[in-house]
Write a protein that binds this ligand. Sequence first.
Ligand SMILES: NC(=O)c1ccc[n+]([C@@H]2O[C@H](COP(=O)([O-])OP(=O)(O)OC[C@H]3O[C@@H](n4cnc5c(N)ncnc54)[C@H](OP(=O)(O)O)[C@@H]3O)[C@@H](O)[C@H]2O)c1
Length: 258
Amino acid sequence: MNIIIVTGASSGMGRETVRQLDKIYTTGIDEFWLIARRRERLEELAATLDHKAHIIDCDLSEEASFEKIKLELEMIKPDVKMLVNASGYGITGDFTESDLNKQLGMIKVNCFALTYMTGIVLPYMPNGARIIQYASSAAFLPQIGFSVYAATKAYVLSFSESLNSELKDRKITVTSVCPGPVDTEFFGIAEENGSSDFAFKKFFMAEEDKVVKQALLDSYHRKPVSVYSLPMKAFRYLSMQVPEEIMLKAMEKIKEWD
Ligand SMILES: NC(=O)c1ccc[n+]([C@@H]2O[C@H](COP(=O)([O-])OP(=O)(O)OC[C@H]3O[C@@H](n4cnc5c(N)ncnc54)[C@H](OP(=O)(O)O)[C@@H]3O)[C@@H](O)[C@H]2O)c1
């Protein structure tokens, strides 16, 4: 059985990825596996798809969830043609003023879960399969007021770029998606303790369907990194050219003006 697995399928870019892939694959895929905590959201999505969907409602911050997914993989032994790791969240605010458990939770979902999923699914991926990892443009530089989140995404980008090289023999490509701000439920969760110090980011807000379309296209073309929009491409370029010390000083200034 040929399947596609998507985590974070209950909302935002994960859900949009499922919708677009459902239309793209008119043949060759038997089932989508949809993973997130909110079962009713996954059921709503499944009801709209042309493909069959298998729902796995679980909390990816809990290790037991991976045992459950691993068991399903062992029982069904599918060919996983594509894995999309889109689950994740961010919490804005200075580290010392934020809830430590939520900061640690970000490491669990954004890094630990993404790595665990990749590790248990890879044995079921045939040659030529594809992985899409949701990183962020926050991966390009340390971010004042978003420090743990940016660090988790730097991890995702670094891990995924190395993995992409390691998997060359199997012709499996790993594409890290690094968007700037996208209009999803993300900021409602990220700013639950008050609005971000970087309110200007909202000027760069992108639409989820466009970011996902670009990500799928870049994955199809087997690119290691997908960056949507000119301002974010420019940000990436700047972060590679300008010394980090200067970029951080500039960010401190912007934070003072905001
Ligand atoms: N929106 C942005 O501005 C932006 C920019 C760059 C990168 N990103 C990254 O893109 C990815 C998708 O974000 P989004 O914007 O689509 O956000 P979103 O609408 O908030 O979706 C996040 C998804 O992650 C799932 N999730 C969160 N915690 C989970 C947990 N403990 N266990 C299982 N699933 C969990 C949520 O499902 P449940 O709540 O149902 O569990 C939801 O489906 C994330 O990795 C995010 O960091 C977002």
